[in-house]
Design a protein around this ligand. Structure first.
Ligand code: FE
Length: 185
């Protein structure tokens, strides 16, 4: 199975699962995040990253209320590491950084912290809380940290009931092109 078929298969099998403590499914959350990237005229690589940023949740088998049990699933590492095998760093790296980006924004943007949902505040503690000065400097020096921050802001807004978005199949060509770009290098 090629990687795009595999992604579609994962969403078909697990996309209806709830998005941790929020009123949308995993698939709705992914589509809403990608749609915002599109509307912001993001490059294809960042649209793909937005669509696939929580793929780590679909790849592992922990129950959906893990944050309640005090477990941090490290889905950004699982997902980012998996994506890095099939897609360029411009796709995989923002995914790897989207949880760190939350800790970054909590430290650098007061309005951001105030707007987090209660599920997101709960997981923040497990993720290490807001970054300190040294962590902020190191984060800003990483490739694709800006993209990780952009992705994070779309991620946080992608929790709305009944939002009309494109369907998953509309991203097929975009994903195939990016996977081919990885094969060529
Ligand atoms: Fe998310």
């Amino acid at each position: 199975m090629n990687v795009v078929d595999e992604i579609f298969d994962l969403f078909a099998r697990r996309g209806e699962e709830a998005y941790f403590g929020e009123p949308v499914s995993q698939l709705e959350h992914a589509l809403q995040t990608a749609f915002q990237a599109e509307q912001a005229n993001a490059p294809d690589s960042l649209i793909a990253a937005a669509l696939l940023h929580d793929i780590g949740h679909l790849l592992h088998k922990l129950p959906e209320d893990i944050a309640d049990q005090g477990i941090d699933a490290k889905h950004e590492r699982i997902g980012g590491g998996w994506l890095a095998k099939y897609f360029p760093p411009a796709v995989a790296d923002p995914v790897k950084l989207h949880v760190a980006a939350k800790r970054y924004l909590c430290a650098t943007d007061k309005a951001y912290l105030a707007c987090l949902s209660s599920a997101s505040v709960q997981s923040l503690a497990l993720q290490g809380g807001p970054m300190d000065e040294e962590e902020i400097r190191r984060f800003e020096a990483l490739p694709f940290s800006r993209e990780g921050v952009q992705l994070r802001r779309w991620d946080d807004m992608a929790k709305l009931i009944g939002w009309q978005t494109p369907r998953l199949t509309q991203y097929q060509t975009l994903l195939e092109k990016l996977a081919q770009a990885k094969e060529k290098d």
